[in-house]
Design a protein around this ligand. Sequence first.
Ligand SMILES: [Zn+2]
Length: 178
Amino acid sequence: MQSDVQVIKQYGSHISSIRCNKCGTARKFYSYQLPRTDFQVHCKKCDNNFLVRVEKRKKFRLKTRMTVSFSKWGDPREVTNCSIGNIVNLSVDGFCIDYYGSPKEFKPGDTIYFSFVLPDLTREEINNAGIIKWVKRTNPNNFGQKLLLGVQFSDLDMHQRKALGFFLMGETNRNLNP
Ligand SMILES: [Zn+2]
């Protein structure tokens, strides 16, 4: 009896390959065949049974380029010298900002306040707080270089989540049917 669970990550609607943890034989599954709970796979080659868990990444991330203003000190609309950057990808959970700044300015765990406008018909302003999850430097030898900040939204209200969700849905459909 195998007790450890093999975890596979599944993105979108692709085919997942599951490899036997004993003999290495791979078997392919379509995403619709994968159950949401742990399931047992039987390897026909070596008669091994093993458990598989599927982690679905269902949150859609949109590659984009939108201007965002942000600050550690409060609502960027009310703070002088707030930082300006670009949202390079966006989901209902958070975004990634790139901007030129000092690598010491922000660190993981910091709260930032941000404001950006959805570039669709609603022109909805998303104005909220988020937690910095990670900071990446694109060139570690340079000061004043481009930085990437991964930010998770703290508490978008229902209205903002909805506006964001509709925007992302619209963009996805546009990408699928140009
Ligand atoms: Zn096997």
